[in-house]
Write a protein that binds this ligand. Structure first.
Ligand code: HEM
Length: 168
């Protein structure tokens, strides 16, 4: 790759990795640090409103990071020269190690986008709207499960990404 293009490619990968760090790091921070601390609070109403506020604040960052990942991820394919009909349009491409790992990564990404949307715009807000102390346990369990499943999917995407950068 020649001069200027190489710098654009490196910049793009750096933005891609930074967005991945923000998204995945934020999810693990909330799950392993934020939620356990909030659970220790004695006042249910305060706990609920802090949880809702943390969720809302992180949600905006998470979707900016996910948007950046989709754009810079696609550009990564362009810089690597595979974003063409000739390569991606041929069944052979998807049977190479790179194509196979890319297909896996894309399926995992699609799945996590759906779960993230359900969690952020449906299940999470439903917990926040419900009365604290009421029968919110099933709602809360569903939102918590979705968040955990997405953290695991995020790790699987990371494993696929590391392979992808090294040829699949
Ligand atoms: C449409 C979605 C995506 C596409 C098309 C895509 C594509 C790519 C490609 C082609 C590379 C290799 C870059 C290179 O070294 O030339 C890469 C690297 C990487 N991707 Fe993605 N990506 C996507 C989404 C994501 C997501 C959601 C994450 C979040 C975990 C992620 C995390 C990473 C990481 C950490 C690397 C660097 C791996 C390394 O250098 O070892 N990507 N991505």
């Amino acid at each position: 790759m020649m001069g200027g293009l190489r710098y654009l490619y490196l910049l793009n990968v750096t933005v891609h990795v930074t967005a991945a760090v923000l998204w995945l790091g934020g999810m693990f921070f909330l799950a392993l640090v934020g939620a356990p601390v909030l659970r220790k609070l004695e006042t249910p109403a305060l706990r609920a409103s802090l949880f809702a506020e943390l969720g809302r604040q992180f949600r905006a960052l998470a979707w900016i990071a996910l948007g950046l990942l989709l754009v810079t991820g696609t550009l990564n394919l362009y810089f690597r020269g595979v974003l063409t009909d000739v390569s991606m349009g041929s069944p052979h491409f998807w049977r190479t190690p790179f194509g196979g790992t890319l297909a896996l990564k894309l399926i995992l990404v699609a799945l996590l986008l759906v779960i993230q949307a359900l969690h952020d715009f449906r299940w999470g807000p439903a917990v926040s709207r419900s009365q604290p102390g009421g029968s919110t346990a099933p709602l809360r369990r569903r939102a918590a499960l979705a968040a955990r499943v997405n953290a695991v999917l995020g790790l699987l995407v990371l494993i696929a990404a590391v392979r992808l950068a090294r040829g699949g």
